[in-house]
Design a protein around this ligand. Structure first.
Ligand code: ADP
Ligand code: MG
Length: 677
């Protein structure tokens, strides 16, 4: 099928097209891959007489009475009576004057809605309806789509119905693969994911699309891995450089740090380009490991670069690395957005002339006109996750340089191997000795006065505090503490003598930087914020982390938040307000109070709430697998990954034509679908 703009469909004009675009749909192919989030079975018609309980039903009946209009103080109620062969019942609608024009007395319709008992009668509440045989909203299993403002279920159903009448995309999966994975063909899948004959067909269709999603993702990674595997990289001999670096450290590296340094050095010496992910919990000492790689690189006469996502993090890294490399003769510089053009120019010139060994900066570093004379190592510090799209770009721009990605999000190994299938993995699974554990307490609302006292005590002793809320401003969930409100409350009441400031994601960047700077400088005592703070800020003097509605966060996320404190010498505390106190939330809080091990917590999170919590799809609204679930579908995912590896390596036993069809399909995918995170 040729992809056509959805504007070519009847009923879709500019406005609706825009609404569709918000759902990631711009053409008919996208539209057919806008999968229902649920279904409602409206295929069964219940005779009126057989209605016995309050639930959703479909009845086929004629309008038997005129439509009456009843006005109350706040509502206009429309009522009528309908009847089938077995009996009669009432229908009510509220504030919907169109009903009078849409329903004709004496005509038969199918009505679907919830029945309720009212004054001794069964009453249908605001049902949907259509004429028998129309089979649009009734008489079959109806898909329920994710919506956005300006789009109704009926709009999407209409559009999908039209798209399904056009020539469909040709099957692109080889027969052998479909047999092996027991997958239906594409046409069946497309028709039945939208309008299934029965629920079983819907499940069969879903399975096929889960496979497609996972296969596309893992194959892209396998291609990336293959591409870089063949790539020659500068040979950076470890020699005695690594020992020299280790001796220069102010501490003894942990066993895990040593192992990771060795793994990295083996890559650097191999003659092939390194593509390695260094995973380690907050505070596990990733910087020292990366610095070892930098040291070896520079001692071999090459240049290295380190990129961090924000300017704050660049400055933090720069300060840390300066202390690592003080006295080693390594010429370290940084380049940031707030430098003057002249300063930046000077850095660029010295870099190109080979007078800088190691440059630290934001991602702009490899995108802009920064020219290295002989760059051999690029370290990326992603406090968060590193998306496939970014990885692809880095591979493009940093050709022939070794690449080390640092991630502070502990992810269970099973998941890492999938999500980072293109990278080799080094894990620091051991903390430096003598680390004080962050003391963690789960508390309920009744403890609030004591917590306030505790905050004041800490401020008086010169420490700083984070308060994290799940929402920024008042939304439909009025009961959730929200940052704005809480900040005002604290400012006006218990903490009126101190400086309490607000920081949230959608604040203008300049203002954000300003607040952050003041917090770093200790001018702000309490920072009320949202999860924006999760991203790698290091303020050693902040030693208390308070999380409101902690039950709303994933465990991994709570762990990340907790990692913001306990970075200095003071004992640090994490207070989790559990406003729900359900059995599950109590169990989850217990895990947090007992463990400081990010990998353990991630495993538990995976068991209790599924992969979405670890990967943060709910909190960040990042796209993730749309229909496959990293936890439930792990078996399928692993088998699919193995196939992807074989397809990339050309060992899957496919014909050239089959392999080409696969490539064409995957390369033609909408980017939104594959931009995993
Ligand atoms: P992260 O993995 O979160 O990036 P860092 O590299 O910033 O952690 O290290 C956290 C702190 O621990 C730093 O102050 C660092 O100097 C220190 N550190 C790292 N490794 C060790 C070690 N083996 N022994 C003692 N302190 C260490
Ligand atoms: Mg770090």
């Amino acid at each position: 099928m040729e992809k056509q703009s959805i504007m070519t469909l009847k009923g879709i004009g500019k406005e609706r097209a825009k609404a569709f675009e918000r759902l990631g749909v711009t053409n008919t192919a996208d539209l057919l891959r806008l999968f229902p989030r649920d279904y409602e079975d409206r295929s069964v018609i219940t005779p009126i007489q057989e209605i016995r309980e309050e639930k959703a039903v479909c009845v086929r009946a004629a309008v038997f009475s005129a439509i009456r209009q009843i006005r109350t103080r706040s509502l206009v109620i429309f009522k009528c009576t309908i009847a089938d062969d077995s009996g009669e019942m009432h229908i009510v609608w509220y504030n919907n004057p169109y009903i009078k024009q849409m329903l004709k007395e004496g005509t038969e319709y199918i009505f679907c809605g919830k029945v309720q008992r009212s004054a001794g009668h069964w009453e249908l509440q605001s049902p949907l309806f259509e004429k028998p045989g129309q089979n649009k909203l009734m008489g079959r299993i109806i898909p329920i789509y994710p919506l956005t403002s300006g789009l109704s279920q009926r709009n999407v159903i209409d559009a999908v119905t039209q798209a399904l009448k056009m020539p469909l995309e040709e099957e692109w999966l080889p027969h052998s693969v479909r047999m092996d994975f027991k997958l239906c063909d594409l046409e069946f899948a497309l028709r039945n994911i939208h309008f299934p004959q029965d629920m079983e067909s819907a499940a069969i269709a879903r399975k096929r699309f889960k496979f497609e999603e996972v296969f596309s993702f893992t194959l892209r990674l396998a291609w990336m891995k293959q591409e870089s595997a063949g790539e020659r990289g500068p040979i950076l001999a470890k020699k005695s450089w690594l020992d020299e670096f280790i001796t220069s450290l102010p501490f003894t590296p942990t066993g895990a740090q040593r192992r990771c340094m060795q793994e990295i050095c083996a890559d650097l010496e191999s003659g092939h380009v390194m593509n390695r992910l260094l995973q380690g919990d907050v505070g596990s000492g990733k910087t020292a490991v990366a610095a070892a790689a930098v040291y070896v690189t520079v001692k071999n006469g090459f240049q290295a670069a380190l990129m961090a996502p924000t300017e704050i993090l660049v400055n933090q890294h720069f300060a840390n690395l300066c202390s690592f490399f003080g006295g080693t003769g390594i010429r370290l510089e940084r380049i940031t957005g707030s430098m003057t053009a002249k300063q930046k120019n000077e850095i660029r010139q010295r870099l190109a002339a080979g007078e800088i060994d190691f440059l630290v900066g934001t991602h702009a570093l490899i995108q802009k006109d920064v020219v290295f004379s002989n760059l051999a190592l690029v370290v990326t510090d992603e406090q968060h996750r590193f998306g496939v799209a970014q990885r692809a770009m880095l591979n493009e721009k940093g050709r022939h340089a070794h690449k080390l990605v640092m991630s502070a999000t502990p992810i269970p190994r099973t998941l890492s191997l999938i999500l980072y299938g293109d990278l080799d993995l080094s894990i620091i699974d051991e903390m430096p000795p003598g680390r004080k554990q962050v003391k963690t307490y789960a508390v309920t609302e009744s403890m609030r006065p004591r917590i306030h006292k505790f905050m004041i005590k800490n401020i008086e002793e010169g420490r700083q505090i984070y308060v994290v809320c799940p929402l920024v401003s008042e939304s439909e969930k009025m009961d959730l503490e929200n940052a704005e409100l809480l900040c005002k409350k604290l400012q006006k009441t218990v903490l009126s003598r101190y400086r309490v400031a607000l920081l949230y994601g959608s604040m203008p960047q300049k203002q954000k930087d300003e607040v952050m700077r003041e917090f770093v400088e200790g001018k702000i005592h309490v920072l009320v914020t949202t999860t924006v703070i999760e991203v790698g800020v290091d303020v050693k003097n902040a030693s208390v982390m308070i999380v409101e509605n902690a039950e709303r966060f994933g465990l991994s996320q709570l762990h990340q938040l907790r990692g913001r404190v306990g970075r200095g010498n003071d004992q640090a505390y994490c207070i989790l307000f559990d406003q729900l106190s359900s059995d599950v939330s109590r169990r989850r809080m217990e895990i947090m109070c007992q463990s400081n091990d990010g990998f353990y917590i991630a495993e538990q999170d995976l068991k209790l709430r599924g992969a979405g919590e670890i990967l943060g799809k709910r909190q960040h609204g990042e796209s993730s697998f749309k229909i496959a679930d990293m936890f439930e579908d792990l078996g399928l995912i692993q088998k699919t990954q193995a196939l992807a590896g074989a397809v990339a390596a050309g060992t899957a036993g496919l014909t050239t034509e089959e392999a080409e069809k696969i490539s064409a399909h995957i390369e033609g995918l909408h980017d939104a679908e594959i931009a995993f995170n």
